[in-house]
Every structure is written in structure tokens, then in C-alpha cells.
Ligand binder design. Structure first.
Ligand SMILES: Nc1nc2c(ncn2[C@@H]2O[C@H](COP(=O)(O)OP(=O)(O)OP(=O)(O)O)[C@@H](O)[C@H]2O)c(=O)[nH]1
Ligand SMILES: [Mg+2]
Length: 630
């Protein structure tokens, strides 16, 4: 079964609703006011099944739009998700203002298929019909409905004349339409919200991509509310799932109708982020006035509508008929993805002036090379696009989840695209994809930072890893990957928490080396009855700053161990202490301060910090006044 969405378009009273009814038997005008006034106000829906030549069933979902110029915004809410347009022109009136405006909209939205239908053929004579047909053909020349490959069908919804021919044209045109990708991530722009007695909130819309199944959890954009799909109807029949290209009604749990409105979008949870800025390619209609930088417009995308400011990149205005890159700053956020089309209407008076295609709904402020980046995004090449999106993040990298949020592409597809040999310039660092040149630049910056550190701190063995990471401003995963590479390339060595240039030891001058020995000896020979550090340092030949560096070096190499602000011990003395404690344990596992003092011969001033140090090292555990030797 193939599902195709057919939209009507055309001037008021040209017979759109009558045509849909003649084809489907369904009156798409559902509002009381519509019936009373005999005009369409809001979008209406109908459906029809036709057999395809191969025996497959073609399911046509109709979206019937109003022709009245005051209701173009409703027309826009319906036309966004269509595959095929029926451009309806009354034979007795021929081309009128909304014929042009609706057709412009179809072109700006890149609707690629359609059929021009001359209605009310019963109201005109043969000659008038032929003239109208010629006018219409002239109007359509060089468009996607060029008469060279798409004929104009004359019908009468009153007598039924030409309807068979129109059905055939529908089948033929629908055959050319490729099926939408139902494995893509689902998006349902909401066009109607109502309550069904006994069921609760119901939303309807054209499922523009992916599939939605019963019991799926979905997120409502932009509010972020989570809902559950309690029931699904497709073209009015209960269904287990809806797939892209189907008119879909969802009965939702976890939400009230007050929390829902036309213009919202349903999508998988925790996958996308709503945006209020997007970079786009914007085309102005030849009939429009020039559009100035920072002009305000009405923006329509699928069923969503808001006010937007158009910020141009390096130009003062867009001329009629011109296409330019621009950033759209929306008054309200929405979920839009690259490739989505939109329409802009003049702020006042409200007329359609242009439209375009979203290139990036997650722009980075003041990004260098923006134009080249957007040109790549405008291409159809998913691999280049993904590569460019990885590259622009520099060594910050980008996660799979973020890439999905930015592109709407499923994870698996992104992984496949980025794994091919052609993508050798994208590397994986933990959870992140990183552009290889950015990783190389980071490696260089790490090497330079380490070299700079050695120069400034000749007596220190190396720079702390965390300090190094902060200085090069890299995230942990990417930093580790870059450091790993440098170590493998034997440019750096990482010893524990410290990084230094390969093969580099600390070079001490004679008097410094001598001082180091003096300090070490002072502590090694005093056991646990250590002297005060400042007294030891005072007796050295080197100045205070250098003496302090030597101490830092000894602490870093763990020759000396600092156990409190002013108590430093030699590692051998502490090792001896551990040994004597473990033999004490054989006598009794419990030890109090008095016994500790007896054992070590130290005063209370040393005993307390030593015991606290042993607690921290999990050699002892404090239990009231006593300690347990572990
Ligand atoms: N004689 C004749 N009348 C028609 C035909 N099609 C529509 N009409 C009449 O034209 C009038 C307008 O038809 P609609 O189908 O409501 O026109 P519409 O294009 O849907 O109008 P809006 O939705 O308001 O833009 C109605 O009175 C119809 O009965 C036709 O083929 N022949
Ligand atoms: Mg109508």
C-alpha cells in the first residue's frame, strides 16, 4: 500500500472542496460557518483508495485548503506536508490572485508533483474552455507543472465529466512519487486538536517522516511535554501504526487539549531540541519588494507560524527574485530540521513574499567560515554534511546524539556514513566524533604547553594532567585521545598524573642537587621525630624559591610525604610505621593514643596528625577514643 498526501490549491470559489467531494464522496468543509457561508475557512480532510497498475492500493489523503486571501495562513498549515498538489482553476474565471499566490507557495515549498485542474467545465463553452486551458498552460510554463510533462485536466464536479481522466492522472503522478522514509525519525506537525468523548486529547496531522506506533512515547515541541500514544487512526480507521505520508490521528495520554495546539510538533523523546534561530537559504519572489536586513516577517513552516527577524550575512537587502543566506530569529521556538521548507510573508500588509530551506537549526554564534559551511549543508551529500558538522566543532567534537539532533538522521545512518574510509579525517574519541585536523592542532597545543611548562619550571618533573587539560581547553575524552597519540608517537611521557616531554629528567644544578640531598637526609635520618621543614630549608645554600621547588619535587616523587600543613615525613619512616603497626596488630588490633605514643616514641603533637593520616590511608579506623588496625 502506498500513501500519498494530496493538497488542493487555488482561488476562492474555484471548486476545490467540490472537487474533493466529487472524487472521495467526503465533504471536507466540516465547520458550521463554512457550510453556512459556502466557503472554506480552515483546512479539511478526505481520503480515497485507488488501485495502482500493479494491483497495489494507492491511499490518497486529501488536505483541502481555503482559497480566501484572509485564510492563506490556514492554507499554509495544510500545504506543508503534501506530496502532490491539485492546482484548481475555474474555467469561467481563469487565473486569479490566489491562484498565483498558492502556486508561488507550492514552488517555494518545493512541491515537485501536481496536476492542474480546470473546474466548472460545464459552465463554459468549448471555445472558452480552450482559451482558459491555453492561459493556464502559459501560466505553468517552466514550472514543475510545465505542460510539456504534465497535462491540464478539465472536469466538472457537477456532471462528473473528466473525473475518470483526473483519477488516471492521480494514479500516474502518484506512481512517480517515491515512498517516504518510514525508518527516519518520526515528526508529526499538529494541525488539529480536539477532545474525543471517553478518549481524551486527540491530535491530527500529516506524518512527515518516520513511523509512530501504539504505546510509543513522544515529546511535544516546543513545550517538551511527554505523552503516550494510546490509539492511532489513519484516514479514519484504527491502526497499529502510522507511517510517513499518512494523515494521522493520535489519541494521547498524559496531556490535555489545553496543552496542545496547532503548530506544535510530536517527535521521539529526548532526541531533538527546539530552536529559535536557524540559518537558511531564503528566496524572494520576483513580485516582492526588496527585503531589508533585520526586516520582520511572518514565518510559516508546516503547521507552525511565528514572527521572525531576517538577519542577512554581509548584505543590506535581498532583491526581488534573489536567493540569499540568512539567519531567521524566531519569536517562538519550534522544532525544525535541515531540509525543512518555510514560507515568509510580509509583516504588513500580509502577503507571501518568499520562502526557503532550513540549512542549520543549531547555528554557532560568530562562526568563522560560515558561508562555506552553509554551502556544504545546502548540498545533498549526507557524508560531506556530517563531516562539516564534525569539523565546525573543532577539538570539542560532537556526539552521536548531538549529530542526530542537528540533522534528524538516525544514529545508525550517521555511524555508517562516518565509518567509511572516505571519512578518514573524522576520528572517534570516546563518545565523540572529532575532526582529525582539529585533533592534530590540539596535539600541537599540548606539546607546546608541556614544553612551555618545562621551560618555566626546570626543577619540576612534569605538568599535572588536569592542569594541562585546562590550559588547552579540551574535554576529557578528546584530551585523553590526543595525549594517548602523543605518548604512542613517543613525543610525551605520562607518568601517573604528570606529563613531561619524552626522555626529559629534571636537571639540577650542583648546589641544588646538594640541597636536595641535605633535605632528604634530614628527614631520612630523623625517623618519625622530624624537624620542622622551614628549619631544614633555612640551613640550605640555595635561595627560598629554589628550595621550595626542590621540596615540591621531593613531594611529587613521593620521597617526602606531607601529612599536615607543617608536618613532612620521609617515605621510609612511614613505611616502617606501617610495618610496626601490622606486627602490633598481632598483639591486639586496637590501639589508643597512649599506646601509639609508646610504640613510636613521638609526642602527642605528632601522634594525632599521624593517626589521622593513617585513618585517611585506611591503615587504621577510628572508633571513639581508640583505633582499629586494619
Ligand atoms: N457548475 C459547477 N459548479 C461548481 C463546480 N465546482 C464547484 N462548483 C460550485 O462553485 C461554488 C464554490 O465551490 P467550492 O468547492 O466551495 O469552492 P472552493 O474552491 O472550495 O472555495 P473556497 O474553499 O472557499 O476557496 C459552489 O457553489 C459549488 O457548488 C463545477 O464543476 N460546476
Ligand atoms: Mg473550499
Amino acid at each position: 500500500m502506498k500513501s500519498v498526501i494530496v493538497g488542493t490549491a487555488g482561488h476562492i470559489d474555484h471548486g476545490k472542496t467540490a472537487l474533493v467531494k466529487a472524487l472521495t464522496g467526503i465533504d471536507a468543509d466540516r465547520l458550521e460557518e463554512e457550510k453556512r457561508r459556502g466557503i472554506t475557512i480552515d483546512i479539511g480532510f478526505a481520503h480515497l483508495e485507488l488501485p495502482l497498475p500493479g494491483g497495489e492500493i494507492l491511499r490518497l489523503g486529501f488536505v483541502d485548503v481555503p482559497g480566501h486571501e484572509r485564510f492563506v495562513r490556514n492554507m499554509l498549515a495544510g500545504i506543508g506536508g503534501i506530496d502532490l498538489v491539485l492546482l484548481v482553476i475555474a474555467a469561467d474565471e481563469s487565473i486569479k490572485p490566489q491562484t498565483r499566490e498558492h502556486f508561488d507557495i507550492c514552488r517555494l515549498l518545493s512541491v515537485r508533483r501536481g496536476i492542474a485542474v480546470l473546474t466548472k467545465s460545464d459552465l463554459v463553452d468549448r471555445e472558452t474552455l480552450d482559451v482558459a486551458k491555453l492561459e493556464v498552460e502559459e501560466f505553468l510554463r517552466d514550472s514543475f507543472l510545465d505542460p510539456a510533462h504534465s497535462s491540464v485536466v478539465a472536469v466538472s464536479s457537477l456532471t462528473g465529466a473528466g473525473l475518470d481522466q483526473l483519477r488516471q492522472a492521480l494514479v500516474k503522478t502518484a506512481t512517480d512519487i517515491g515512498a517516504r522514509d518510514s525508518s527516519a525519525l518520526a515528526r508529526l506537525p499538529v494541525d488539529r486538536v480536539f477532545t474525543m468523548k471517553g478518549f481524551g486529547a486527540v491530535v491530527t496531522g500529516t506524518l512527515i517522516s518516520g513511523a509512530i506506533r501504539k504505546e510509543d512515547e513522544l515529546e511535544v515541541f516546543p513545550a517538551g511535554k511527554r505523552v503516550r500514544v494510546r490509539g492511532i487512526q489513519v484516514h479514519g480507521d484504527a491502526a497499529e501504526q502510522a507511517v510517513a505520508g499518512q494523515r494521522t490521528a493520535l489519541n494521547l495520554a498524559g496531556v490535555t487539549t489545553q496543552e496542545l495546539a496547532r503548530g506544535m510538533v510530536l517527535a521521539p523523546p529526548s532526541t531533538f531540541r527546539p530552536a529559535s534561530r536557524m540559518d537558511a537559504s531564503l528566496t524572494l519572489l520576483p513580485s516582492a519588494r526588496p527585503l531589508k536586513d533585520r526586516a520582520r516577517v511572518h514565518l510559516h513552516a508546516y503547521t507552525f507560524e511565528t514572527i521572525a527577524t531576517v538577519v542577512l550575512f554581509g548584505q543590506k537587502q535581498i532583491s526581488p527574485g534573489e536567493t540569499a543566506l540568512a539567519q531567521l530569529r524566531l519569536a517562538e521556538p519550534t522544532l525544525l530540521l535541515p531540509g525543512d521548507r518555510f514560507i515568509v510573508r510580509q509583516f504588513s500588509p500580509v502577503v507571501t513574499i518568499g520562502g526557503g530551506i532550513v540549512l542549520d537549526a543549531s547555528p554557532i554564534p560568530r562562526m568563522p567560515g560560515l558561508e562555506a559551511f552553509l554551502k556544504t549543508l545546502a548540498s545533498d551529500d549526507a557524508q560531506s554534511i556530517l563531516r562539516a558538522r564534525v569539523a565546525r566543532r573543532g577539538h570539542a567534537g560532537i556526539s552521536l546524539a548531538q549529530l542526530t539532533a542537528e540533522t534528524g538522521l538516525p544514529r545508525q545512518l550517521i555511524e555508517t556514513h562516518l565509518r567509511t574510509p572516505a571519512q578518514a579525517d573524522v576520528s572517534r574519541a570516546g563518545d565523540l566524533f572529532v575532526h582529525v585536523p582539529a585533533l592534530e592542532r590540539l596535539k600541537l597545543s599540548i606539546s607546546e604547553t608541556v614544553a612551555g611548562f618545562h621551560k618555566k619550571n626546570p626543577l619540576v618533573a612534569g605538568i599535572g594532567k588536569e592542569e594541562l587539560r585546562e590550559q588547552v581547553a579540551a574535554s576529557t575524552g578528546v584530551f585523553e585521545a590526543a595525549l594517548d597519540k602523543l605518548v604512542r608517537e613517543k613525543k610525551l611521557e605520562a607518568a601517573g598524573e604528570f606529563v613531561h616531554v619524552s626522555g626529559r629528567g629534571v636537571v639540577l644544578k650542583d648546589e641544588e642537587a646538594e640541597s636536595k640531598k641535605v633535605i632528604e637526609h634530614a628527614f631520612a635520618s630523623s625517623g618519625l621525630k622530624v624537624p620542622a621543614l622551614k628549619d631544614v630549608l633555612a640551613g640550605l645554600k640555595v635561595d627560598k624559591a629554589r628550595a621550595q621547588k626542590i621540596v615540591t619535587l621531593l613531594l611529587r616523587d613521593k620521597v617526602l610525604v606531607k601529612i599536615s600543613e607543617d608536618l613532612v615525613f620521609h617515605r621510609d619512616a612511614l613505611a616502617n610505621l606501617r610495618r610496626s603497626l601490622s606486627s602490633e596488630k598481632l598483639k591486639s588490633p586496637k590501639i589508643d593514643v597512649a599506646r601509639f605514643k609508646d610504640l613510636t616514641g613521638v609526642s602527642r603533637k605528632y601522634a594525632i596528625p599521624l593517626l589521622e593520616y593513617l585513618d585517611r590511608e585506611h591503615v587504621t579506623r577510628r572508633m571513639g577514643d581508640e583505633r582499629l588496625i586494619l
